[in-house]
Design a protein around this ligand. Structure first.
Ligand code: SF4
Length: 432
């Protein structure tokens, strides 16, 4: 029996795809190369932007003939769009066997069993009749590479950024116990992971009380995961600026395996807009934290997210955003034009920045961000850098830059690469 998993959206969604696959893999499913070869498809959806949701709905529709061809096949739709539109999906797409919203992921193995056990048995019988061969398992589902394993440590979000649908579809924060996180890190290291990518919506808000009654916080967890035998690197996504404190700065500085890159989403440089976005910091306090991080961890790189054209954004607001970016000097940035997301508070305000103005501001912002990205890449040419080989001749430096090199290639190995050039956002080099 074969399984194909499609994960749309963020790294957490991709990691969730691995968790969603687990009960089926335990039932003997093996990864398929394409939906046509599969007996079961899991579509893990995203709803952060309308575009992602539209893509998920289009994929569900396109799987109708796949299902009609062999009705015993299984189609599971999960994730954030399934949470937001569950009832509607059930009514509109009767060929979907099971819809599981993001808030139910912890209960998912039980839901799959109770809803689909007889279907799985029918599938197994029909497959056995065809003497189905065993497929090579391939890379673990949900891993970015054979050497990099995601590890979800918390779910949900206690914030209420006015433009964001995540708290509505993922619920309040919940944290995994430290012991469970460490057990999974050990398991993944034993399965070949050299890098652990800690994931959570606001990953650095993690905290949990141990059996000894003592509360551990994210910096403790970072140190503990880095100490797991076989783990050469630990990175984390997505941190919230509020939880970037001195303890976290010290943990990064004192943990040789910690990635020397932090993604700090700023979103705007205008305090007026930051307040309307409900971001819980000002431009000055954000920059002050970034400055403390850089002072405490020499060589660390910072990247960011910026939204342009948020409702009521004026030329002056945008100038403040450009000013923040100039001061932050991000190594790279993800930039977005605001678009209202149904169900969020911001969507109730008029989307009043004209499309042409958003476009023009985005182009100006990108020009500034691109200049910093180019400078960061150029500064590395001629240097030697340590790269974790993720996919055989391709990987990341400790400070988060993508790198490709000529010479030996073996996923999981740490390589010393002399940087000789760059293309797009990737360093080029040769193995020394
Ligand atoms: S911190 Fe804000 S942007 Fe991030 S997931 Fe929570 S509500 Fe959304």
């Amino acid at each position: 029996m074969r399984l194909f998993v499609v994960s749309l959206g963020c790294q957490m969604s991709v990691a969730d795809g691995g968790e969603l696959a687990a009960p089926l893999l335990a039932r003997g499913f093996r990864p398929a190369a394409a939906p046509e070869d599969a007996d079961a498809v899991i579509l893990n959806t995203c709803t952060v932007r309308q575009h992602a949701e539209d893509k998920a709905l289009s994929l569900i529709g396109r799987l109708r003939p796949w299902k009609e061809e062999r009705p015993e096949r299984v189609l599971i739709v999960a994730g954030c769009a399934a949470e937001r539109l569950g009832e509607w999906i059930r009514g509109r797409f009767p060929h979907v066997d099971l819809v599981v919203g993001a808030k139910s992921i912890d209960d998912y193995p039980r839901l799959v069993e109770s809803a689909l056990a007889s279907r799985f048995d029918a599938l197994r019988e029909s497959r056995e009749a065809f003497a189905d061969g065993t497929a090579a398992p391939g890379d673990p589902i949900g891993w970015p590479s054979p050497a990099v394993a995601p590890l979800t440590i918390m779910r949900g979000c206690n914030y209420s950024c006015s433009y964001c649908i995540v708290p509505a579809v993922r619920g309040r924060e919940s944290y995994r116990a430290l012991e469970a996180v460490l057990a999974e890190a050990r398991e993944k290291a034993a399965a070949g992971a050299r890098e652990i990518l800690l994931l959570g919506q606001t990953v650095n808000s993690w905290r949990a009380r141990g059996p000894d009654g003592i509360e551990r916080r994210f910096p403790d967890l970072l140190r503990a995961v880095a100490a797991v035998p076989g783990v050469a690197r630990v990175r984390f996504e997505s941190p919230h600026p509020f939880f970037l404190d001195d303890a976290l700065v010290a943990a990064i500085a004192e943990t040789p395996a910690a990635g020397l890159h932090l993604h700090l989403p700023a979103q705007s440089g205008s305090d007026r807009l930051l307040s309307r976005m409900r971001r819980n910091y000002t431009a000055a306090s954000f920059l002050e934290k970034a400055g403390r991080l850089r002072a405490g961890v020499p060589g660390i790189e910072v990247s960011t997210d910026i939204i342009v054209g948020f409702p009521s954004e004026t030329d002056e607001d945008f100038a403040r955003t450009l000013d923040l970016v100039e001061r932050l000097r991000p190594a790279w940035a993800y930039t977005f034009k605001y678009s209202p997301r149904e169900g969020t508070d911001a969507a109730a305000a008029p989307d009043d920045v004209p499309a042409a103005v958003k476009e023009e501001r985005l182009a100006r912002l990108n020009a500034v961000c691109d200049s910093f990205a180019e400078a960061a890449l150029d500064a590395r040419i001629g240097r030697t850098v340590e790269v974790l080989d993720e996919n055989g001749g391709y990987g990341r430096t400790r400070d988060g830059f993508r790198a490709r090199w000529d010479g030996p290639a073996q996923p999981g190995r740490l390589r010393t690469v002399r940087v000789t050039g760059k293309s797009k956002r990737t360093l080029r080099g040769e193995c020394t």
